[in-house]
Design a protein. Sequence first.
Length: 294
Amino acid sequence: MDLSNLFRYKKVVYSLEVFPPKKTSSVDTIYNTLYGLRGLPADFISVTYGAGGSDTQRSKTCEIASLIKTEYQIEPVSHLTCLNSTKDDIRRTLDTLKEHGVQNILALRGDKSPTVEPKEDFQHASDLTEFIKNYDAGFNVMGACYPECHCDSDTLDEDIDNLKRKIDAGASHLITQLFFNNDHFYEFMDKLVQKGITAPVSAGIMPVTNKSQIERTVSMCGASLPRKLSTMINKYADDPQALKDAGIAYATNQIIDLIANDVRGIHLYTMNNVETATRITGSIESIIKSSNRV
Ligand code: FAD
């Protein structure tokens, strides 16, 4: 199913994100995660793609996306990065995705690595978006966006002008980088409208359940931590259960506020944590249902 159609009849689209197991983990971990997530009312599940990973690791994304579709009858989205790929690499991946019935792709540039020299075929996600649409118009392409600005851009205005290129190249729907202050999201949405971007945007929400993990993530992606949240993280840093409960409550409140303010999509970064995803989804399920009834 082309997911862009979902936004025509649903007020709120709810999605989950998982990642393939790391080299050091058993492949069974992701099968267990998907089994654990199977009953949640997700409109789609997206699977990340290791930008600089090996071919075997990358092929896992396709395998997992295919499993989500065949085993759990949930629409998968395969992430796909381009910075370290040639056009031939991407053609091969698109052929494999098509063979597995994966129609929806989150087209990404990927992060620059100090140790890997990028290939020259693709500079930006908009190049990949255009390439996919020209290769096979049957793919639905989505893109990433950054309410607090991508770290390669000097200003949010510049970043949004570049985002418009992604939309013009054929991206039908956007998913945001994680953020912890909904006001950043609302200001961003106002700017998109001013710049003529009307594609639906899913808000990326990451529950904080581990202090060092969130500090690492935030330092990599540039999202800011509001004082309310950093106070909470510091207070419960040494009590994993308390931090998890507080982090779940914080993410749940963020989502409730977003839905009350007519956000079109919620994308939960599950971090492959079934318990966290299940508890948050359980708390917002009636709210999503209520919005979709109106
Ligand atoms: P782009 O859209 O290319 O933007 C990158 C920078 O270039 C921005 O500053 C932008 O303003 C600028 N730019 C864009 N187009 C132009 C242009 N035409 N001219 C000049 N400047 C331009 N990474 C992974 O490796 N695997 C994943 O699975 C993955 N999933 C992600 C999912 C989401 C929802 C998000 C938000 C990010 C994800 N990432 C993933 C991280 C992503 O790869 C990095 O943030 C990367 O640095 C930028 O990717 P992009 O697709 O947004 O790039």
